[in-house]
Each structure stands twice: as C-alpha cells, then as structure tokens.
Design a protein around this ligand. Structure first.
Ligand code: FAD
Length: 384
C-alpha cells in the first residue's frame, strides 16, 4: 500500500496512545488522518509488553480522574468499538508492610473515595484472610478496589485501529519516521523511510521514544525509558480463580493470574535509563526468590515465558498532553508505568486539544511541557 503524500494529521506510534488518538480524531469527523508505526505489527512495544492492569488506585487527583473516565470506556469498549477486550475485574490489592506508607495510603483512599472510586481500607488480618495461600505475616494493612482489574492490551489497540479504519483512517506498519521539515517553528512535513508526507499537524505518540522523536522536531521532551520485566508460569491449579492483582508495595513486586498460571514482575530500583529490552536474568532470579517467599506454591510451577519492556518516564511520573513550542507538533506520552489504562481517555483528550483548543473531558492543562521549566511538578506515590 503506498503512503499518502498529504495528510491532515499524522500520528507517530501504533501503541495504545496512537491507536486511541487515531480512533477519536476520526470518530469526530476528521478526514485523512494517518498513523505510522515502524514495527511489523501495531502494539508490540510498551503496550504489548505491559501487565494489562487497570486501576482506580492512585495518589493524585489527576490520575484518579483519568481512571474515572478511562476505565468505564474500557467497560463499554465492546459496545462502542465492537471488540471484546476481556476486562476481568479481579481487583487490585496493595499490601503495605512499611509503617511510613500507612498515612499516605490512608490519604490516597480518602481522596479516591471523595472522587468516586470505591477503594476499601483493609487491616493486616484482612489481607491474610483474603490471601491465605500467601505469606504476609508482615502486612500492616492493605487497600482493595474490586473494580480494578485486567484488560488485554492487544485487543484494545486492534479494536481502536480497526474501528478507525472502518471510518476511513489509514494506519501503516513498517514506516519509520526519521525527521521533519519545518517552516520556521511550524511543522510542514514528516520524513519517513517511504518518502515525505505534507501535514500541518503531527502527534508524537512514540511512547518510550517520544523524546527521540521530539528531538527530530527540535522539541525537548523529558521522557526517558526504563526497562521493566516480568515472567509467567505454567499452570497453577491451586491458584484461586478470583486471585486479585496483588502488589507488595514496598518491594514493587506484583502478581496476577495469567491464563492458568501466574504473572509476576518486580521493579529493579537500580535500572538505568536506556533502550535495552533484553531480560536481565540476574534480576529475574531476584524476582523469583521474592515471589516464592510470598507465594510458596510457585515452586510447583515452571517458567512459561519472560520478556522486558520500557516504561516511558517523566521527572514527576505524570504524562504530557498537548502543544509544544513547534506549531502543529503535539505530544501525548510519559505515563511512567501506567499508561495502558489511560490510553482510551488520552486519545479523546488529544482530540479535544487538537480540535477544540483544550481538553474538557478531564482538565489536563497542568500536564503541559512547560511545567518542567516553571517548576510545577506533580508527584505520584503509587508508582510500581
Ligand atoms: C513491563 C511493563 C508493564 C506495564 N504494566 C502496565 C500496566 O499493568 N498497566 C498500565 O496501564 N500500564 C502498564 N505499563 C505502561 C504502559 O505499557 C505504557 O504506559 C503504554 O503502553 C504506553 O503506550 P504508548 O502508545 O505511548 O507507547 P508504545 O506502546 O511503546 O507505542 C509507541 C510506538 O511508537 C513506535 N515508534 C517509536 N518511534 C517511532 C518512529 N520513529 N517511527 C514510527 N514509529 C515509532 C514504537 O515502535 C511503538 O510501537 C507497563 C509497561 C511496561 C514496559
């Protein structure tokens, strides 16, 4: 299929952000929107490598509000977009073992409840009662939200791309963007491995590479990449069907059911910013030992698969939405480990920013690039 030579809007990146933005722009009636993905398939980078977790449990008002819009969009996905995405409401159970996390999490639960998320505070004994097959003698308390859960990332990406294509949008794989032509400080065209596309508007949705793509346009976007990895096991028949998404917060160690087995991951605090997507087998051993100590039944399982992916990280663990100093060059990115779940609403917000001048579904005006220059950083505590 030959690439068009002109477009009204070019989206760079075929992960959840690009796919959702493509769909929402097209659904609002914009013609000749195209999405470019350099890989052979859509959704194979951060989105395809993510844990698929969706939750209301955050520490900042803006992240909770993004979840309050985005998760119901996932619930309605089949009806609205026509694709089953396997939303399993298993709940997230954060287990707290450090005294110094207690007050912060109490405040977080109060904030979540105030904004309309039904998160419960549970005692250490309730944690042990709910997870009798896990070792949590040191649990001091926990938080649980029954509406948190798991969704299949690939179905979300393909659902949005398929629905946008039906409305006339075009999405291409194997197209790598290598630069831009600017007229002064305004976007004029996109340079790809298959020629140049003239366009007045570009959306940088390149995930962990959003900063690299920004640089091609002369825009400084402080998004860096950080390797995170996980592994899955062979079937564990003793693992209950209703096993929640368990997060041992102080160790950044998490578990959830994956098919008939288990998925576990653990964030390495010593990981350095780089684009390495190979599994660090030494760290995998640390993850394995920590998970065995918490869930002894794991010794009955074998390793099924493992992989690494990249978080797209900003200095305050909050994303960027919107304009940049180059006219026509927009960015959506920097979700710092929890962007998959905010993908649906983010495509809608980008559409509002581009077409209406500002986002109205959720006010994300504070999540602009300028906050780093002006020192308006926002802190998120619940980063795993
Ligand atoms: C291990 C791991 C676990 C995670 N777990 C969760 C979770 O449980 N829940 C959650 O909500 N989030 C999770 N996340 C975070 C989530 O995956 C990301 O925030 C989200 O998927 C980012 O989507 P994206 O579309 O911005 O990036 P991506 O999915 O990476 O998409 C960007 C795309 O841009 C393409 N691209 C880059 N440069 C170019 C170029 N020059 N030309 C053309 N194309 C280009 C890339 O190939 C890529 O496909 C996790 C992430 C990782 C790595």
């Amino acid at each position: 299929m030959s690439l068009p030579r002109t477009s009204n809007i070019v989206i760079i990146g075929g992960g959840v952000m690009g796919a959702s933005t493509l769909y929402h722009l097209t659904a609002r009636g914009v013609k000749n929107v195209i999405l470019l993905e350099r890989n052979e398939f859509f959704g194979q980078e951060a989105t395809g490598r993510c844990a698929g977790g969706v939750r209301y449990q955050f520490a900042t008002e803006i992240n909770i509000k993004l979840s309050l819009e985005s998760l119901p969009m996932l619930e309605r996905f089949k009806e609205e977009i026509g694709q089953d995405i396997d939303y399993r409401k298993c709940g997230y159970l954060f287990v707290l073992t450090n005294e110094h996390d207690i007050d912060t999490f109490k405040r977080n639960v109060a904030l979540q409840n105030k904004l309309g998320a039904g998160t419960e505070w549970i005692s250490g004994d309730e944690v042990r009662d709910r997870l009798p097959y896990m070792q949590f003698k040191d649990a001091l308390a926990g938080t649980f939200n029954p509406d948190d859960g798991l969704v299949d990332p690939n179905s979300v990406v393909m659902g949005y791309i398929g629905a946008a294509q039906k409305l006339g949008a075009k999405a291409y794989t194997d197209i790598e963007v290598s630069g831009f032509n600017l007229a002064g400080a305004r976007i004029e065209s996109v340079i790809t491995n298959q020629g140049v596309i003239e366009t007045p508007v570009v959306v940088d949705a390149a995930g962990p590479w959003a900063g690299v793509v920004g640089k091609m346009a002369g825009v400084d976007i402080p998004i860096t990449s950080l390797r995170r990895q996980m592994f899955t096991t062979t079937p564990l028949p003793d693992l209950p069907r209703d096993f929640p998404f368990v997060i041992d917060f102080s160790q950044s160690l998490y578990f959830h059911r994956e098919g008939e087995g288990l998925l576990t991951g653990m964030s390495n605090p010593n990981e350095t910013h780089a684009f390495d997507e190979n599994v660090d087998e030494k760290w995998e051993l640390v993850n394995l030992e920590a998970s065995l100590a918490r869930l002894p039944m794991l010794e009955k399982a074998g390793l099924l698969s493992h992989w690494a992916g990249l978080y797209e990280v900003t200095p305050d663990a909050h994303p960027f939405y919107g304009k940049t100093p180059v006219e026509g060059f927009y960015v959506v990115g920097g979700f710092s480990g929890h962007g998959f779940m905010h993908g649906p609403v983010s495509g809608k917000l980008m559409t509002e920013i581009i077409l209406d001048g500002k986002a109205t579904t959720v006010d994300v005006s504070r999540l602009d690039l300028a906050r780093f220059i002006e020192g308006r950083l926002i802190r998120e505590y619940n980063v795993v």
